[in-house]
Design a binder for this molecule. Structure first.
Ligand SMILES: [Zn+2]
Length: 150
């Protein structure tokens, strides 16, 4: 899933679960669940696109995720502490943060390599546009559920 998708899920977790002892493991689990949904992300078609383009797109994806999460907190979940939301967002994205040095920058450190291989076990790729549609629908459903059901 895109960094933006993981960030929005992290924001919802932070908004609904104030106890970090619960929110942190749920945020990590959410990464696995979200990546199991067939999705497009900036590394889809990396062989065709090349690493440099993936790095540039991932940077914009990251910024977009922080910006949308900020707007979500301000307008929809105003009782959420911004720094707490930021922390849970980083935890939600953490498996990707740990894989990127190996995947994009060829840093062959065991933890980075292990995280990349671990993610391959559940990551489900689906090219754009449908791989974007799946994410948008999931995120909208989660936001509505967070606003209406809890
Ligand atoms: Zn991932």
């Amino acid at each position: 899933m895109t960094a933006t998708g993981h960030a929005i899920i992290g924001t919802i977790i932070a908004a609904k679960i104030g106890n970090p002892a619960l929110a942190v493991p749920i945020a990590i689990a959410s990464h696995i669940a979200a990546d199991a949904l067939p999705h497009w992300d900036t590394a889809t078609n990396i062989a065709k696109k090349g690493k440099e383009r993936v790095i540039v797109e991932s940077f914009f994806d990251l910024i977009l995720g922080f910006a949308l999460s900020y707007l979500l907190v301000i307008f929809l979940f105003p009782k959420t502490d911004l720094s707490y939301a930021f922390l849970i967002i980083l935890v939600s994205q953490s498996l990707d943060w740990l894989m990127v040095p190996y995947r994009l920058f060829d840093i062959n450190f065991p933890l980075f390599r292990w995280t990349y291989k671990f993610q391959k076990l559940f990551d489900s790729s689906l090219d754009a546009p449908w791989g974007i549609v799946t994410q948008v629908i999931l995120l909208l459903l989660l936001i509505v559920a967070a606003l209406k059901l809890f």
